[in-house]
Structure formats: C-alpha cells, structure tokens
Ligand binder design. Sequence first.
Ligand code: FES
Length: 274
Amino acid sequence: MAKDYIQTDITSVQQSVEQANGLANAHYIDPAVFAEESEAVLKATWAGLAVGADVPNPGDAKPIQFLGMPLLLIRDKDGDLRVFENICRHRGMQLVHEAKTIEGAIRCPYHSWCYSTKGKLVSTPHVGGAGHNTHPSIVKDDLGLNEVRSYVWRDVVFINISGDAPDFTEVHADLIARWSEFDCSLYHGGADSRFELELTANYKLAVENYCESYHLPWVHPGLNSYSRLEDHYNIVEYGKFSGQGTLVYRQFKAEDGSAAFPDFPNLSEKWNEG
Ligand code: FES
C-alpha cells in the first residue's frame, strides 16, 4: 500500500462507531506520519503541556521538551504562568536545564545575558566590549525570549505552537461548558498523589486505552472489583472531545482505606453518582 494513501485516507476511520475501522498501523509506528501529525494536530491546535502545580510559586521554572523543542514553563514574579522557548536570543544556548526557582533573573550560562521572568531581556554584560554593557545593535526590547502562546484551564497549561489557532475558549467551548460546575483544578497534585508515566509507545495508544473500560476485568481485576466495567460510561462529542466517566467516583480508596478523592463543592444533582 502506498505511504501517501496510509497517511491521508482516514475515511474508514471517520465512519460511525458501528462501521469504523481503527487507524492504520502507520499512524502508530511511522516517523513520517508522526511528523505530519505533530504539525497538524499537536502544533496547529492546543496541546496539553503541564500543570500549574509544576511551578507553584513565583519564579519557579521547569524545562520541558515538547516534540523535540526545548520549552520553559515559568511562573513569573506576578504569579502568571508563561511558556517560553528555553533558548537564549544571543547564540541559542539552552537557558534552564533543571527545575529550579529563579532568583532575580534567568541568566544564560554562556555569556550571562539575563531575562526577567516575563521574558524581557534586561542585561547584556560586556556586549559592547569589556566594561560596556550595551551596544547600538543590541536592542533589548527586540530580543526578549520567544513566548509560546498558552492558556491555562483548570490548572492545565495548554500551548499552541503555531500561534494561530482559534482561541482556546472558542475551540473548546463545549468542553468548558460541560465542566463548568467544576470550578477547581483538574489536577489534585501534591507530592503524595503525584505520579508520572513514561510511555514507550505512540501517545494515541494511551489515550485510546484510557477511553475504554472494556479491558478492566482482565488487565485490572483488582480495580474492576469496585470500579467495574459496567460502572463506566463513554463521553463522546464527535469531532470535539471524548473520554470516559465513572458512576462510582466515591468508591476509589487510598491505600489506607480512606477516600482517595474529595467531593467537588457546589455540584448540581446531575453529577451525583448514579
Ligand atoms: S548564548 Fe546566551 S548569552 Fe550568549
């Protein structure tokens, strides 16, 4: 089968769920398809990058690789979340190599150009020669860090690499409306409840797996004893979003037997467990 066909024809995938096929194998293993998909899906629209809880205090900064791009998540001195290219505007040195709290300014380790937590270039030592910290060709206002368009929803930091996607609130208006009563972070966070999964697979496999409970009886028999296959329901808005809900939220227990998740405040009756 010609590669062009594999990459572009997803007609059979876009049928009703009763008729549709899954994506062709190439969408999970072919680097060329991944590159194409990265541009069309992950860079041209809004992609989740991190959570605000990663940088809880002003000055906190965390370097993150996203599709091979070095990015810097930072909470600026006024408490606002920002995402920058983690690249110095002088010679392209990576600015921050590990999560840290920025004291004062972001200092490039190469020639010590310094940037504020809002990305503004504030100092360029010796750039005009020894002892001369300015140069007519170096216009600081033009050389701030490149900022990546971002939007924080429910403490999840979304980014739009291309910079020209419609506003997040426009693209995801239905999603935002669906969750409008949950007026708090989606991420419960905290050192005790945090875990990270490193996945050696195409990201779609994780998403697809999460959106179905069919595998629970066999893969997670323990979980299935109190959060059964039949306790789940599908959330599907074709072309907009999909996911999975549970009817037994309160059944989830921490290891000490206490309730694992708190109730969300002020929810209407429709969100009560069925
Ligand atoms: S590369 Fe950053 S100051 Fe030179």
